[in-house]
Design a protein around this ligand. Sequence first.
Ligand code: ATR
Length: 278
Amino acid sequence: MTVPTACVVGWPVKHSRSPLIHRFWLKQYGIVGDYVIQPVEPEKIEAFFAGFRDGPYVGCNVTVPHKEAAFAAADEIEPAGRAIGAVNTIWRDGNRLVATSTDGVGFLANLDERAPGWDRTPGPAVVLGAGGAARAVIWGLLERGYAPIHVVNRTAGRAEALAERFGRKVTASAWDALPRLLPNARVLVNSTSLGMEGQPSLAIDLAPLPADCLVTDIVYVPLETGLLAAAKTRGLPTVDGLGMLLHQAAPGFRRWFGRTPEVTPELRAAVLRDMGIG
Ligand code: ATR
């Protein structure tokens, strides 16, 4: 490879929007480099990472199903990656592979950009879902002083595992606890796949939420999910999930190409065009 090149590693990985984002920044800043899609079959991922130090890439993003393999392959995991228990970004430090998760900082940066001051008076939070995305969201909310964080999930055991992982500020609850939890919430986050195109919708009654509760969704296809539409109808502040995708990309770009990129309206518009919106 003739120019510094990063990639996104996954299986399958055809529909990743990461190349669009990183190529947009490379062009914007006049940096000679590239970002490509690298499909790797599950049975070959260990060998792929074993050869990474001598391979052609300056670093990579990691997506499903390779996040565990990436965690195991790294020589060093930064604190956010360790706390979240997954990594999505890898770079080289000399001959060592360093990894972290940028999903938590991406989640926070999106809210900082689109709802400035949202965390001025932290308090109770409600997080729907208990998967990998929920771990990044919980990490972010704890960073900004939110507590207690109520994790509400269909499968109780997964919510309980998160409560155990993050300690006493995080509690596990069942879906039917929502009417009791919502009246005190300062922020409500959907981290499930409900509401995503092709998935069942997320039907919860937002009536008990306080009038200034921020509602945000990590789903960004569609951009305005049913949850966000219902929150808007109630007059609540909302932030869509697209910015999390854009902001989580920035730390990797900085590590690989040496410049902190900006998430601008132009980048957002380019991704929306790619999604067939705008
Ligand atoms: P990710 O890593 O993106 O978070 P995940 O680990 O598959 O993905 O988590 C998906 C989340 O969406 C889980 O909280 C899941 O609930 P379960 O733990 O009970 O599976 C939630 N989810 C997905 N489909 C759901 C559905 N039909 N009803 C309720 N929750 C659902």
